[in-house]
Design a protein around this ligand. Sequence first.
Ligand SMILES: Nc1ncnc2c1ncn2[C@@H]1O[C@H](COP(=O)(O)OP(=O)(O)OP(=O)(O)O)[C@@H](O)[C@H]1O
Ligand SMILES: O=c1ccn([C@@H]2O[C@H](COP(=O)(O)O)[C@@H](O)[C@H]2O)c(=O)[nH]1
Length: 328
Amino acid sequence: MKSIMKAVRPASLQFVSRTIATRSLPSIRSQLPLPRYNCLRPASSLSPAVLSVARRSTLGSNSRHYTTGHISGPGAPRPPKDNKLKAWPFILIFVTGAVAFAAVLENRKDKPKPMPPTDTSKSLPKLRDDGPVFSPDDVKVIFVLGGPGVGKGTQCANLVKDYHFVHLSAGDLLREERTRSGTEYGELIETYIKEGKIVPMEVTIVLLENAMKKSIEAGKHKFLIDGFPRQMDQALKFEEVVVPSQFTLFFDCDEETMTKRITERGKTSGRSDDNPESMLKRFRTFNETSMPVVNYFDGQKKVVKVDGAKSVDAVYADVKAHIADRLK
Ligand SMILES: Nc1ncnc2c1ncn2[C@@H]1O[C@H](COP(=O)(O)OP(=O)(O)OP(=O)(O)O)[C@@H](O)[C@H]1O
Ligand SMILES: O=c1ccn([C@@H]2O[C@H](COP(=O)(O)O)[C@@H](O)[C@H]2O)c(=O)[nH]1
C-alpha cells in the first residue's frame, strides 16, 4: 500500500495541481477587480506590440501560453487539452489509496501489540510429563478467577482467616520472581505484566509448584490459587503435572466497577499495570484468554459463580453461602 501511495502521489498531485491551475485560474481571475496578466488574456485583446513579444517568448520557451489560440506556425504552443478524462482516474486512485491507507492505520491502532518473542537463549523451565506430582486426595486446590481488580485477593484473605487456606497469588509470585536477584525472567515477566499478557506457563507453573511444595512440607495441604489459570494451556498443564483442582471460584463483575477499584488501588499500589493503558489490555486479555478457562471448567460443572460487584462483606457472605459445604 505504501509503495502504491508513493508511486501514485507525486504524479497525481502534480496533475491535480496543474489541472486546477489551468482550469480554475482564468475563471478565478475573471472575478477579481485587478487587471489580468497578459498571459491570461485572449490574444485578440492584446496590442500588436505585446502580441509580438508574447510570440517571441512563447517560441523560446516550453511553458504553456494562454494566448495560443491565435498563434500558429511551427513551434507554436499547443492549445490546452481537455484534461477532464485524464485527471479523474488519477484523482480517484489517489482518494481511494488515501482512504484505504487511513483505514489500515486505524485498524492497526486498535490491534494489541504482538509480544516480543521470548528470548530463546534463556530457555524456559522444563515441565515434567509423568503425571501429577500431588494426589488430589491429599492436596486440595481451588482456583480463584475473575477480572482484574474484581476482589480476588480481598476475598482470598477472608477465606484464609476463616478456613486456613494457603493463599498463592500467581501475580504476586511473578512480581516476586521479577525482582529476585539472579532471576533469568525478570525482564520477560515485567514486559508481559505491563502489556497485560500471560507469562509463558512454564515460568508460572514452576513458581506455583515450588511454593506448594514448601507449604506441603510445612503440613499445609489446602490451597487457594488466585489469578490462575488464566489461559487454557495453563489449566490443562497444571492439572496434568501438578494436581487436578477441586473447583473454580469465579467472581463476576462489570468493567466499570473493576476500573473504579483498580484506579483507587493504583493511587498507592505501585503496580506497573495499575494504569489506564495496562488496564484496558488486561480487560482484553481477560475476556479473550481467561474467560475460555472459566467456560471450560463450567462445562465440567466445576465453577461456583459469585457476584463480585457487591460490597466486600456482601461478596464474602455469598462466597460462604455458595461453598461452605465444599470447604469442610
Ligand atoms: N467488593 C469490593 N467492593 C469495593 N472495593 C473492593 C471490593 N473488593 C476489593 N475491593 C478493592 O478493590 C481493589 C482490588 O481488589 P483486589 O486486589 O482484591 O482485586 P484482585 O482481583 O485481586 O486484583 P488483581 O487481579 O488486579 O490482582 C482493592 O483496592 C480492594 O480493596
Ligand atoms: O497466571 C498468571 C497470573 C498473572 N500473570 C500476569 O500477572 C499480571 C497481574 O496478575 P494479578 O493476578 O492481577 O496480580 C497479569 O495481568 C499477567 O500479566 C500471568 O502472566 N500469569
